[in-house]
Ligand binder design. Sequence first.
Ligand code: 26W
Length: 811
Amino acid sequence: MFTIDKETFKRDYLKKFLELHGRELEEGTDHHKYEALGSLVRDYVAKAWIETNKRYKATGEKQVYYFSMEFLLGRLLGNSLLNLGIRDICKEALFELDIDLDQLENFEQDQGLGNGGLGRLAACFLDSMASLNIPGNGCGIRYKYGFFEQKIINGSQIEAPDYWLREGNVWEIKKPDKSEIVKFGGEVRMEEVNGKLNCTHINYEPVLAVPYDTPIVGYENDVVNNLRLWSAEPVSNEFDFSSFSRGDFLKAIEYKNSVEAISHVLYPDDTFYEGKILRLKQQYFFVSAGIQSIIRNFKDNGGDLSNLDEKIAIHINDTHPTLAIPEIMRILMDEEGMSWEDAWRITTNTVSYTNHTILAEALEKWQADLFKKLLPRIYMIVEEINRRFCQELWNKYIGQWDKISNMSIIGDGFVRMAHLAIVGSHSVNGVAKLHTEILKKQEMKDFYYLYPRKFNNKTNGITHRRWLIKSNPELTKLLNETIGTSWIKHPTDLENFTKFADNTEVREELARIKNNNKKKLAKIIKDAQGIAVDPNSMFDVQVKRIHAYKRQSLNCLRIMDLYNKLVENPNLDIVPRTFIFAGKAAPGYYLAKKTIELINAVADKVNNDKRIKDKIKVVYMENYRVSLAESIIPATDLSEQISTTTKEASGTSNMKFMMNGALTIATLDGANVEIRDEVGDDNIIIFGLTEREVLEYYQRGGYSSWDTCNNDPRLRRVTQDIINGYYSPDKERFKTFYEHLLTYNDEFFVLKDFDSYLNAQAKADELYRDIHKWQRMAAINIAHSGIFSSDRTIQEYATGIWGSGYLYKNL
Ligand code: 26W
């Protein structure tokens, strides 16, 4: 294992600083200091990185490639130090140089190449694969601009570009010699040579895919895996290709721009598919580059392509990288001369697919004519996959034309990516038990019937190294002192903490730690927003993407109701609360942006009303991102997981909160169900419609939001307040929000669940009044959170889907 002593570290650091900046430490800025530390750590990591690679080559172990359009890594310095096992030494050494490591870590820009849950999950998985010694590689896009920066101006979201590379990126290494060419457009020429059909792609536009590698450090195990992100560049002028007229200057500029556009910016859409051709280009770009480089590397190492599926597992994170399927087919057939049958067997055995959402508006389907024009050879292959698939269906479902056309991969002029992903892979998984059951019973039921053995569940997880050890050092210390350190490598050992739930001293210590974390967050809020919040109030938190189904609206309505009650009776005996919101809305999502505005309007009114004596405060924190989450989550008392049942595939912040000792108020949706199963009904606050009730309403109707509203004076009042000028002199301002709830019958049952939510909140109040009871519940939540470590999830993927890793070999 990597070790270093304090003095050597100091010497290395000062040397690095001088080399990098050509000046003494005293003359450097904080950013200089961060940069020197980052590049020194990268040097330390480099040796193990190379060694890991050599070891993988020598053992010929099965390699996993995790393809994802998004990797939401956040900051790397702190976690790399932690995983290397030198964070403490480093902290002491820097202290002696008058540098505060915690502060220095704040100078790192978040690597925000993802929208939300799906991208963060990919990042947690990379950490777990490395920590479990699984040969796991990430493959994605090196966006020049990450997820936009959110500013809240006059209560509204304003987007600014996230140019995260402005001050460089110490972690990445550009590898131009490992570039690949990706081909767009053009035509396909078919020729028969010696009785075999040959395909040649001509007149295409070539794009150079240049890889940048980032080391992913495993936890104290000398493993360093690789995340490879591809950047699009024009092919150099020396490159000889007939389809491009090199003499034409303007055309050359146009070509350069159109190429660079590919890896320019991350689409800020989450659960909403737009059908933009550039996105399809992005998808094929990184998938083709990734697959080509995997196969090239495999062959260079003497691999035999006929058993590619035994040596390589390719996982696709949602449908976004589904083109991996036809791309492998293309290479195996067109470049390697394999038969369709052999190529198909190898491809399907290699690829596995995870579905992350059942929302219909998120399903990717590409217009067939655009697809064909952009990717002519890939389209031909998809057509042939579909022809053979439909043939299979015809034989099985004689005369059932509707069923066949519903299941077809190409239909109504579109290529349906989820169908391609299911047909072309050997495993399809959901991300929580309930979600997988809904996939099997509803969304994908025809496919489940056809291929029952492909479907399986892998409940999501989070890396406890970032979300507990790194972000909550005081809680980590308490755990180590009470139950020892075995939980760090075996997170389910956190269960040993259960017996401390009844220990008064431990409960008081838990309360003290929480209070400390709240004080730190209160300072961040004060510094950023000028709002003073009381660390002794209950911190009641909802942080996540803003979306109608996640129901920030429900949270907001009950705050409005509570405010009304307080105005009416300022002496009302309630637990003082600080309501904290954060999250970004997709720039084109009008209702979500209005939700942000409404929350801010409510915040304005509530925070400035002297009558309610500061009993409640509302804070909307700007620019939610991984590093901010690391400050908010450890400071949370109550975690709001209030999506409409059936709509949240899993959720992962719910797991982060419980691991940090927050209690959860939740609907029985996504992984909340499994959290409830772990902690028991007494240690979670559940409310709202059940899965059965929601599905019945959707199928049979029978819900009238209008009636629900009219029968509840509290609802009548708060919904009127949205449009009567109470929160904004402009009565039109929140009209859409109101209409969504009342005119359009409240698609997500906000009003229906209101009463039950308020009762649940009253219960939370009651529990919070007894600090011992509350901390007992917090302790039980922490003790049962180990199962939600992504180490457990990754072990399940490795043994159940990929056939890789130590545990698999020892099955
Ligand atoms: C095409 C636009 C688009 C972009 C992203 C459609 C869909 C997505 C993702 C699948 C959305 C997403 O992040 N889903 C979330 O995935 C998490 C990890 O599995 C789950 O915990 C969340 O419940 C789910 O909403």
